[in-house]
Each structure stands twice: as structure tokens, then as C-alpha cells.
Design a protein around this ligand. Structure first.
Ligand code: PYC
Length: 332
């Protein structure tokens, strides 16, 4: 009989949940966080299932497990966990985890106002602003993001033919802009986003299997972004990002915002120095910026940054009792 205990801090970033496992996470093997991610997936994926799915989590649940950094130039490291799997990078998860780590004293920054993070996609630097003991804002400087493919035509039952682009910002996104058979996000209900997105993802996966040029463990179109006109005058764009089996990101999605900025930059619609404020399906906003142009394995890319806020909602000691038939979660 085993009672596994996980010491978690729960938070949300602009509305999307972040469950940070600060104690009780499995001991992993590997020389890099990317290898930790592989080891976690092979040996401990039950932990993700137990903590992310019902009855302890829900469709949108997402989080991280904290580790000592494996890189000397980083302050803290983590592996992302989510209902959809273990992402190489997660923007809302990063903003939430940084907020939790600072507010709960789980990390000691070497330089006030800055942290360097060791995550599976690589080293990610952040800048943060405090107000007393609370973190007000976190800006993450994301990994190189680039446009992968354009105008892939798929035939979606109920919608018709759609031309879809694919862009990378830490995960690969199928990006759908307004066109003949899609009137923009304002033309779809949330239920329709949930209905069409898995179909779009499957059709895109049949047409394209992108692999990251520097890390072959990262690949595949995993997220679907429906773009639309912003409702808030401060925003430049709005999106609904679908992930997992039935999640729509409540935040504007950090890796999605990076992928979208790389997409717009490749089409000449954004340039280094430009801001891009992205609005989510619930109206929360991330402040994106194209920091600079770069190249990655011979491709044009950008270095994006994304800023947002998070709030800690509570401490959560979670028991996973192996007598429980739902110890490893379930989906209805
Ligand atoms: O913020 O990068 C993100 C993200 C990915 C999936 C859900 N949120």
C-alpha cells in the first residue's frame, strides 16, 4: 500500500491553471532538462495523470515539477506537466511557476529582478517586477521561434477547405486566420472550437510532421490556434488555443503568442522592436514583443518575449492513494 504525497502550490496565469509541484516529484535521470523530460515520460507519466486529470485536476490542468537546474547558468529548472503531455516549453506555465517560486521562497535569484530557467526547450531568461512580496509581472525571453510551413490545405467536415500555417514557439501550432470558410474567432463558439480543433490537428498531423532542427525529441503539431479580431482596444490580436483533448487555453498562450509573432514576422507584419498584445478567449492579455531577428539551423527566426501576470490560489497537498481506483486519473 502506498500513499504518494505531492506538495503543490496552485496558481493561475491570466486565467489558465498552473499547479507547481514543489515537493514529492520523482527523482529523474539525465544530463539535460530535455533528457529529464524523456525520463519522466518513460517512467513517471502516472504522476502527470494523477495530478492533472480528474478527480484531482481537470481538462485544462497544467503545471510543472521543480528541479535543481542542470545547467550552471540557471537558477532553477522544471519539467512541464499538462493533460496534453509534457510540453518542451509552456509560456503561461513559466509565468505562473516563476510567480510561485518567488512568492513562496522556492528560488533565490542571483540578480534581483532576473532569473534564468532550465526547461526542456532550453535556457529561458525572465525579468520580473515585485510589489512588496507579490510578483506583479513576469516577462519571459523565449527560445527561437519560426514559421515552419504555410498554406497547407485541409478539408474539415462542417467547415470546408481551410488553408493552415504552422509555426513554432516552443510547441508547433497550426494557425488558422480568417478566410473564405472561417470568419475569424468571432464566428465560432467555444463548443465549436472544441469540436473542430481535434479534427484540424489530426488532418494537419497527416500532412506534416515537423521536427525541431536542434532537438529531435520535439516535434509534431500539438496545438491549434484560431485567430480573430481583438475585443479590447489595447490588443493587436485574439486567439483561442486548443490543446490536449478538450482544453482551450484561458490565457493568451505564451508559446502560441511566440509562434504567432514568428508567423507575423515571417509575413512582414511584425519586425524587431514591435509589440504584439494578444487577447485570450476570456479577455486576459499577454504583452508580446519581437526582441530581435535570429536564425536557427539556417532558418529565419525571431527571439520573442512575452509578459503576463499570475496569482497564487493556494497550497495543495495532494495524496495519490494506490487503493484508489482513480489513483491515476480518468477522462469522461
Ligand atoms: O502558455 O505556452 C503556453 C501554453 C501551452 C499550452 C497551454 N498554454
Amino acid at each position: 500500500m502506498a500513499l504518494n504525497t505531492f506538495f503543490c502550490v496552485d496558481a493561475h496565469t491570466c486565467g489558465n491553471p498552473v499547479r507547481v509541484v514543489a515537493g514529492g516529484g520523482p527523482r529523474l535521470e539525465g544530463r539535460t532538462m530535455s533528457e529529464y523530460r524523456q525520463d519522466f515520460l518513460q517512467r513517471f507519466d502516472w504522476v502527470r495523470h494523477a495530478l492533472m486529470f480528474e478527480p484531482r485536476g481537470h481538462d485544462m490542468m497544467s503545471g510543472s515539477i521543480l528541479y535543481k537546474p542542470l545547467r550552471e547558468d540557471c537558477d532553477i529548472g522544471w519539467v512541464f506537466i499538462e493533460t496534453s503531455g509534457c510540453l518542451p516549453m509552456c509560456g503561461h506555465g513559466t509565468i505562473g511557476t516563476v510567480t510561485v517560486a518567488l512568492e513562496q521562497g522556492l528560488v533565490t535569484p542571483r540578480i534581483e529582478g532576473r532569473l534564468s530557467l532550465d526547461v526542456p526547450a532550453g535556457k529561458v531568461d525572465v525579468e520580473y517586477e515585485m510589489n512588496g512580496r507579490f510578483v506583479e509581472k513576469v516577462r519571459l525571453f523565449n527560445i527561437a521561434s519560426f514559421l515552419e510551413a504555410t498554406d497547407i490545405v485541409i478539408d474539415v467536415p462542417g467547415l470546408g477547405e481551410l488553408a493552415v500555417d504552422v509555426s513554432y514557439g516552443g510547441n508547433y501550432y497550426a494557425i488558422i486566420e480568417a478566410q473564405k470558410n472561417y470568419g475569424g474567432l468571432e464566428s465560432l463558439s467555444a463548443a465549436e472550437v472544441l469540436h473542430y480543433s481535434p479534427i484540424v490537428r489530426r488532418l494537419m498531423q497527416e500532412k506534416l510532421q515537423p521536427v525541431h532542427p536542434e532537438d529531435p525529441t520535439i516535434g509534431g503539431v500539438s496545438h491549434v490556434m484560431w485567430t480573430g479580431k481583438p475585443q479590447n482596444a489595447k490588443a493587436h490580436g485574439r486567439n483561442a488555443v486548443f490543446y490536449g483533448d478538450r482544453a482551450i487555453d484561458r490565457s493568451p498562450c505564451g508559446t502560441g503568442t511566440s509562434a504567432r509573432m514568428a508567423h507575423l514576422a515571417a509575413k512582414g507584419k511584425l519586425k524587431p522592436g514591435d509589440d504584439f498584445v494578444h487577447e485570450s478567449i476570456i479577455g486576459s492579455m499577454f504583452e508580446g514583443r519581437v526582441e530581435s531577428a535570429t536564425s536557427l539551423a539556417g532558418r529565419d527566426a525571431i527571439l520573442p518575449s512575452v509578459a503576463g501576470w499570475a496569482r497564487v490560489t493556494g497550497l495543495n497537498t495532494i495524496f495519490v492513494d494506490d487503493r484508489d481506483p482513480y489513483a491515476h486519473g480518468f477522462q469522461v
